[in-house]
Design a binder for this molecule. Structure first.
Ligand SMILES: [Zn+2]
Length: 363
């Protein structure tokens, strides 16, 4: 991963993006679009959208009906405060599908109305017996969000004064958002979906440098994807074009999916919500092979994307998925250092020539 790519990834990981409050992440994207000479705007659902113009003079140059919509979700695995007890005990609900055992006990930040309030996602002390029921059950394999609380050192009244109320979002603290390098691997929280965002912006940069895409491309930075179907469906329906392509993560499981933390992207075929259109998937695979990449094949359980959600809801005619192979999804996530740039290369190649790799427009 080159320095520019890594710096953008770190900036995106540092930005907080709980479901429904993704403004910090979207602000990084706006800055990126503007600094690359692109306009960016929000639709009524809060999606951030930018349009990449096709090559001028091409037959399709301004026919928006051929547009391709690329979806990247800006939200991350997070919590919402469910209730606050008078003694300051904060109980949570999850925003996204995951178990708290995937995160452990760690520092968090509460997005209070009056600013950030620090806390610790807590389960309790190990050195306890059966009377400490939540820890006891956790020790015997039962981890559930209702066993956890956030300790802030404040009572209920003080929390309310700080603007901490039910509905406030809770995210992993900034000090745990530094990327962790391990040779050919890099790890961190919220790589879902900041690594795919970084890859997509990398592809946009390649398209701007040329050759340009065959048809107009809409980049849609969405919200609330981790809830199963967020704001993507609205944009899929309201923007022109028949194909919605999500760039998201590709879960790694050597036993189940036969993959590992690969440097090459995965092409989606099916998940819990939809089948991805085979003709599009076949062309994505052809592009990957033409780039001398061996793509992973995505047939996933317990998974959905902005594109499959939009298809399931009847908001898009066609769906496609390009995934970055990721270990520990919805936990402390790990990717290959080359995966972002390879994913960018595949995306740029496909968008230049959606009908097949041999058909790229020349400058
Ligand atoms: Zn996710």
């Amino acid at each position: 991963m080159n320095g520019t790519t890594r710096a953008l990834l770190q900036k995106l990981v540092t930005a907080r993006g709980p479901c429904g409050q993704e403004e910090e992440v979207l602000a990084v994207c706006v800055d990126w679009f503007v600094s690359h000479g692109l306009e960016a705007w929000h639709d009524e659902a809060g999606n951030l959208i930018s349009r990449i113009a096709p090559a001028s003079g091409s037959a399709q140059s301004n026919d928006d009906s051929d547009s391709i919509k690329v979806f990247i979700h800006a939200d991350e695995i997070s919590f919402i405060i469910k209730r606050i007890l008078p003694d300051g005990t904060i109980k949570l609900a999850t925003l996204g599908s995951f178990g708290p055992a995937f995160l452990g006990q760690l520092p968090v930040e509460i997005l209070g109305d009056a600013g950030i309030v620090p806390g610790v996602l807590s389960l309790g002390s190990w050195h306890t017996g059966e009377e400490t029921a939540d820890v006891w059950h956790a020790k015997h394999g039962n981890y559930d969000i209702n066993q956890y609380e956030i300790i802030t050192g404040m009572d209920g009244e003080a929390l309310v004064e700080r603007g901490v109320l039910p509905g406030a979002r809770v995210v992993i603290a900034g000090q745990h958002r530094t990327l962790w390098d391990m040779g050919r691997l890099v790890a961190g929280f919220a790589l879902d979906n900041r690594a795919p965002i970084t890859a997509t912006l990398g592809a946009v940069e390649m398209l701007l440098e040329g050759p340009a895409p065959r048809s107009p491309v809409y980049i849609v930075c969405t919200r609330e994807e981790e809830l199963g179907s967020g704001t993507a469906g609205f944009a899929a329906e309201t923007l022109p074009g028949s194909l919605s392509l999500a760039v998201d993560v590709s879960p790694v499981s050597p036993d189940e999916y036969g993959n590992e933390v690969d440097p090459y992207p995965t092409v989606g075929l099916r998940d819990d919500y939809a089948v991805y259109n085979k003709d599009v998937a076949d062309r994505l695979v052809a592009h990957a092979l033409a780039l001398e990449m061996l793509p992973g094949i995505g047939i996933f359980e317990n998974y959905s994307s902005d594109a499959s959600a939009a298809k399931r809801l009847g908001r898009t005619a066609k769906a496609a998925l390009v995934g970055i192979p990721m270990e520990n999804t919805h936990g402390y996530e790990i990717i290959h250092t080359d995966a972002i740039e390879n994913t960018a290369l595949l995306l740029a190649s496909f968008l230049r020539s959606p009908s097949g790799p041999a058909d790229t427009l020349q400058e």
